[in-house]
Design a protein around this ligand. Structure first.
Ligand SMILES: [Zn+2]
Length: 328
C-alpha cells in the first residue's frame, strides 16, 4: 500500500510539474507575439495625447472614431484593435479619396457615406492586412503597380492569419455583433487602377495627391503628398510607434533610401498623416529617422531584445529590427 501510494505521489508530482509547464506556455496564439512588439495591456496608454486637440465628428458606429484634420480631411481611427489603424478620407471638388481602409472590422463604406456624398475611390499605401481590410466594400481600388501589391489584394487574407489579431489581448472593446471571429476573412479584390511613381491623383478643386514610391516597409509601399494642404500620408513608412523593419518583406536598404527621399522633400509638407497611432505628426521627425537607422547600423542606441528581434527607442518613434539586418 505504502509502495503504491509512493508511486502515486511520484506520478502526482510529475503531473503537477507538467501542468505548470503548460501554464507557462501561451494560452493562445495571440500571446505568441513578442512582448516587445505587443506589450501587455497596451490599451492602458490610450487615449494618445494628440486626440484631445483634434475635433471629433460623431458617427453611427462605435468601432470608429473620426476626427476632422482640415476642412476637407478626416482621420478614421480604430483604437480598439492593437494595430490602431488609421484611414483618411480626403474630399476634393469632384471626387473623394480614401487612403487605406483599416482592418475591415467595421462597415467603412457606411461610415464614409455619412461623411461625404462624393464618389469615393480607395488608394492603398500598401497591402498589409490592416490597411486593406475594407477594400472589398468599395468599387474603385488603386495600389502601386508592383506584383506584390496586386497579388496581396487578389489573395485576400484567410481566417487563420487574422484570428489572433481579432481575439484575446489584440482587442479591448467588443467587436461589431455581425463579425464572427472564427470565420472572418478579408475577401479577395481586384485593383481597378495601378499607380506609378510621380503620378498625380486629381480630386478636383485644385486638390492633387502626388504618388511617391517609398519601398522598404513593403515592396510596394507609397506615400501620398497633398501639395495644397502640405500633408504627407505615410502609411507604414513612418508612424509614431515601433516602425516595423523586421518582417520578411522588409528591405532595409530600400527603407532607408525611402526615408532619405522623404527627408529630401521635407520643405513640401508640414504634417505627417500616418497609418497608425497618431494622425497628425509634425514633419520634422522624418529628419531624425535617417539618423536613427544610421545609429543602429553603427552599433549605437538603446534597445530591448527578444530572440533575434530588437526594439530601439528614439524620441517620437521606435524601430523594430532583426539582429541579422544590422550591418554597416
Ligand atoms: Zn504595413
Amino acid at each position: 500500500m505504502i509502495k503504491r501510494n509512493g508511486i502515486l505521489l511520484i506520478f502526482l508530482v510529475f503531473f503537477l510539474i507538467s501542468c505548470q509547464g503548460k501554464g507557462n506556455k501561451p494560452a493562445q496564439d495571440t500571446s505568441q507575439r513578442s512582448e516587445i512588439i505587443q506589450p501587455q495591456k497596451w490599451w492602458e496608454n490610450l487615449p494618445r495625447p494628440i486626440y484631445s486637440s483634434l475635433e471629433r465628428i460623431k458617427v453611427s458606429q462605435e468601432w470608429y472614431l473620426v476626427y476632422q484634420l482640415t476642412d476637407d480631411t478626416f482621420a478614421i481611427y480604430e483604437p480598439y484593435q492593437f494595430e490602431e489603424a488609421i484611414s483618411y478620407l480626403l474630399l476634393g471638388k469632384e471626387t473623394a479619396i480614401l487612403v487605406d481602409t483599416g482592418t475591415g472590422i467595421g462597415n467603412l463604406s457606411k461610415l464614409v457615406a455619412e461623411l461625404t456624398t462624393l464618389p469615393v475611390s480607395v488608394v492603398n499605401t500598401h497591402t498589409h492586412w490592416d490597411h486593406i481590410g475594407a477594400n472589398h466594400q468599395f468599387d474603385t481600388i488603386a495600389c502601386f503597380d508592383h506584383p506584390e501589391c496586386i497579388d496581396k489584394l487578389l489573395n485576400g487574407v484567410d481566417n487563420a492569419r487574422l484570428h489572433p489579431s481579432i481575439t484575446g489581448d489584440s482587442i479591448w472593446k467588443p467587436l461589431p455583433e455581425e463579425l464572427d471571429p472564427s470565420s472572418w476573412e478579408i475577401p479577395s479584390v481586384k485593383p481597378t487602377e495601378l499607380l506609378e511613381d510621380g503620378e498625380l491623383i486629381d480630386l478636383g478643386g485644385g486638390r492633387k495627391l502626388e504618388v511617391i514610391y517609398t519601398p522598404g516597409h513593403s515592396p510596394g509601399s507609397i506615400c501620398l503628398l497633398d501639395q495644397k494642404n502640405r500633408l504627407l500620408f505615410t502609411g507604414d513608412t513612418f508612424f509614431p510607434g515601433p516602425l516595423y523593419a523586421y518582417p520578411e518583406d522588409v528591405d532595409i536598404d530600400l527603407y532607408r533610401a525611402s526615408i532619405d527621399r522623404l527627408n529630401g522633400r521635407i520643405e513640401e509638407y508640414d504634417y505627417l498623416c500616418s497609418g497608425h497611432n497618431d494622425p497628425w505628426v509634425k514633419s520634422e521627425v522624418i529628419s531624425r529617422v535617417s539618423d536613427a537607422f544610421d545609429a543602429i547600423m553603427a552599433g549605437k542606441g538603446d534597445f530591448k531584445q527578444d530572440g533575434n528581434l530588437r526594439r530601439y527607442y528614439f524620441e517620437g518613434f521606435d524601430i523594430l529590427i532583426r539582429t541579422d539586418m544590422i550591418k554597416d
